[in-house]
Design a protein. Sequence first.
Length: 165
Amino acid sequence: GDAGLAHAAWRELRDDLVDYRAGFSPSESPRALAARVGPGLELTGPAMTALRHIAMAEERARYAARPDSGSGLRQDSATVRRAIAAAVPRGTRWLARVLPSSVLTPTMIRLSQAADFLGRLNPELPGRAGLGGVRFSRKRPDRAHADEANATSGSKPPVAAGTRG
């Protein structure tokens, strides 16, 4: 419905601000963001009107009993995006189009989480032939070297005082 269109336009605006390095704070209200970003990027005329329309539509979708009509929000998003792009340096514009932070940052976080998860898996599981017989130890590095030395000399590791060996 109309609330969904307002939320989508708002998310798109936030993503554009992140991509074009124009700044966005999750704690900033839609109205406060529009009041800061518009003058900060020197938006005027139709771009400023579109920015205010997106901000007010989002506020009404969040807080009003009935949201504003979502008509025109897609066009407003495109108008604001073009204005933001025109307000930033060429290099920033290029990076926003080729390597958008709003897409890459969540992707990199997910890849990092996946790598962390995969790193916790036991490397000796079947199907891990690419490891070339390398065994990984979960022991602390200082204990691993002591245990290796004891294994080759045939002696037992030292027993702490007050414990049974």
